[in-house]
Design a protein. Structure first.
Lengths: 303, 376
């Protein structure tokens, strides 16, 4: 732990408190609350993966990209889906090139030492690194494993070795180990429950929708072109929509889309007419749109 | 990284954290020793004297799901506000007993014949084959016990679907990587093509069980059936419906059916209460179904359709469920009775969105249901 900590400091990211990390994230345009900042700080300091859950659009993915930006580390992203295999996530051998190499060796008459020939086939240059291996080799890095709940449990098992000691074993080459553990951020939308064995290796953070003040600040930071009044109006209306018992409550991403849409239409503040025209940016179900219209759009927007 | 402060302080921190973890376990968060260790390490990285640092170091390491967060908050407030760790679970105990008696059929409204017949006589009189077709609601405790043993023998096959993951096969699309790898063994000559095809995977089964008063004679059998399903296939999800929604999947994973049922009973706060099917179904779809639990799944809804709430809401939610699920199977124990017609308001509202409507009143009916699920 001690030796590792020294390297972590030497990597140029020597924050001594979550508050300092929060400020660094703010400089990249990501407004973290205390919980997010502490989670990211501990993940860096303890070398533990960070498992984030929360509604869609609360900024789980953005957290990884912002930490990468703040630390100056490269970001590797793995989007999960069912049937994701080791050859797409870890590494793959470049078989056509190996074949060409073999043919070239034959043509040049270099086949007298079969052992040497075979060894040359499993050279590092024939290995195609996929995101997980790339993140270990390009150390220190940030590795984003997005929507882990979409992958199947076979894939979770692949991850266990990688997440507990940050190594990948390749039978033909040996074990590849990260010099500094990458910061791993896993995100999940809870479409299914991820196995306990995986969660046990991680810090767990549940992301809530931001408070009104923080949402206004996020809109102002991310969308400097919109007026302060529009940011405040959109944040208030979005907050009310989240209370309105909808099929899909809007996240921060939707609030940003909505504010952008209103701004493009030339709005300096929210008005019922423009709000009705742009409702599709924030509500993604017909039932939700109908519900808001019956509840009354003006009640939603009133100050 | 050495922890800050004197050795005395370090020991205090470890003691406090261990004590807190004990409180937390009593409130239902699985704070395992390795998680507790992680919390101690996390505090070492932060300021132990700052309450919010302590709060976050615990929440990030000890919690494993969103449900844990609320329990953690309550336990944190109680523990660090000075309340000593209590042996809680007091509220759980009576419920546990309630289930035990319910599963024996003593507390049941229609179980009035239970005390009157001598149990051993009943066992002698009923052969296994007759028992299979008897209405579960009209059994004596002893017959019930025998039936429970038969339930243990019921192993439902999970329904299958084509997976995106592929497996080597003699026919199917060409597996390029494998073909070339095999060619390398033969000095670069392609001798034969390797092929692969989609693998079959079990389709998720979701059981939604009505545990309201009107269903109580059948609740025990339904729970046993759900337990058999969960044991047969790990992806099964089990929820109970009453006046509220309870997820009992975790409890159902216990190997022993009796332990699983007792644990589930302790988790269900609305056992033998009323039903608000529409509202509870909405809660299920909002919280779980739409996120993915019901997507492409075989959903079994066991209820008699006695709806105290608004049947329109039920119809709306059923149509939502029907759009998400692969197949919706409605199990109504009353369907097994002669002359039954689905006339309850809830049942009429729901039927248009049901793919198959089956009875679940006897073991034989459950065997049919198992077949229906496997073929879905």
């Amino acid at each position: 732990m001690g030796a590792w900590h020294a390297r972590y400091v030497s990597a140029g990211t020597s924050w001594s408190s979550p508050e300092q990390l929060r400020e660094a994230l703010e400089a990249t345009g990501y407004l973290a609350d205390e919980g997010i900042a502490t989670a990211a700080y501990l993940a860096l300091a303890m070398g533990r993966p960070l498992f984030t859950e929360g509604e869609a659009g609360v900024g789980k993915t953005a957290l990884a990209t912002s930490v990468a930006e703040a630390t100056g580390r490269p970001l590797y992203r793995l989007q999960c889906y069912e049937g994701l295999e080791a050859s797409q996530a870890l590494y793959d051998w470049d078989f056509p090139r190996q074949m060409l190499h073999l043919r070239a060796a034959e043509a040049a008459g270099l086949t007298d030492d079969p052992d040497k020939l075979e060894a040359s086939l499993y050279d590092r240059r024939f290995l195609v690194a996929r995101p997980l291996l790339q993140a270990l080799e390009d150390s220190p890095s940030v590795l984003l494993i997005d929507e882990i709940d979409r992958a199947d449990d076979e894939f979770e098992a692949f991850l266990l070795e990688m997440l507990s000691d940050f190594t990948i074993s390749i039978p033909e080459i040996g074990t590849i180990r990260a010099i500094t553990p990458p910061l791993v951020v896993l995100t999940s939308n809870r479409t299914r429950e991820v196995h306990d064995a995986l969660k046990r290796r991680c810090l767990y953070h549940w992301l809530d929708h931001p408070t009104y003040d923080r949402e206004v600040a996020i809109l102002r930071t991310r969308l400097p072109q919109i007026t302060a009044q529009l940011a405040a109006d959109v944040a208030r209306a979005t907050g009310r929509l989240r209370q309105a018992d909808l099929l899909k409550p809007p996240g921060v991403a939707e609030a940003m889309d909505w504010a952008t849409a209103l701004h493009v239409l030339g709005a300096r503040e929210i008005d019922p007419e423009r709000a009705a025209a742009t409702l599709g940016a924030v509500l993604k179900y017909r039932e939700d749109g109908d519900r808001v219209k019956t509840l009354g759009l003006s009640a939603l927007l009133s100050g | 990284m050495s922890a800050p402060g004197s050795p005395r302080l370090v020991r205090d921190v470890v003691e406090t954290v261990t004590g807190f973890a004990r409180t937390l376990r009593h409130s239902g968060v699985h704070a395992s020793p390795d998680r507790v260790q992680a919390m101690v390490r996390a505090i070492g990285e932060l300021d132990v004297l700052d309450p919010s640092h302590v709060y976050w170091s615990g929440r990030l390491t000890l919690c494993a799901s969103h449900d844990d967060v609320a329990r953690y908050d309550a336990a944190f407030a109680a523990f660090f506000a000075g309340e000593a760790p209590r042996q809680v679970r007091t509220s759980g105990q009576p419920r546990q007993r309630l289930l035990a008696s319910a599963s024996l059929g003593i507390d049941n409204a229609d179980g009035d014949d239970s005390g009157e017949q001598p149990p051993d006589l009943a066992v002698a009189a009923s052969g296994e084959e007759i028992l299979r077709h008897r209405d579960i609601g009209q059994l004596t405790p002893a017959e019930r016990e025998q039936l429970q043993r038969l339930f243990a023998l019921l192993i439902p096959n999970p329904p299958l679907r084509r997976s995106r993951r592929r497996t080597p096969a003699s026919r199917g699309t060409v597996h390029v990587a494998r073909t070339v790898r095999r060619a390398l063994h033969n000095g670069g000559e392609i001798v034969s093509m390797s092929r692969r095809t989609a693998r079959k995977r079990p389709r998720r089964v979701v059981a939604l069980l009505d545990v309201s008063g009107s269903m109580s004679p059948y609740a025990d059998a339904l729970m046993r059936f759900a337990h058999a399903l969960t044991r047969a296939h790990a992806g099964t999800e089990v929820f109970t419906l009453g006046t509220r929604l309870t997820r009992v999947t975790r409890e159902m994973r216990l190997r022993d059916p009796d332990k699983a049922l007792t644990a589930s009973g302790a988790a269900i706060p609305d056992w033998s209460g009323g039903t608000r099917l529409g509202e509870v179904l909405k809660a299920f779809l909002d919280r779980w179904g739409q996120r993915g639990v019901a997507r492409g799944a075989v959903v079994i809804l066991a209820s008699d359709g006695w709806e105290r709430g608004d049947p329109d809401l039920l119809a709306e939610q059923m149509s939502r469920l029907h759009r998400l699920a692969h197949r919706v199977i409605w199990v109504n124990p009353h369907k097994g009775r002669t002359g039954y017609e689905p006339l309850t308001r809830g049942m009429t509202a729901a039927l248009p969105y049901v793919d198959s409507f089956v009875s679940g009143h006897s073991l034989a009916a459950f065997e049919e249901l198992a077949k229906e699920i496997a073929d879905a």
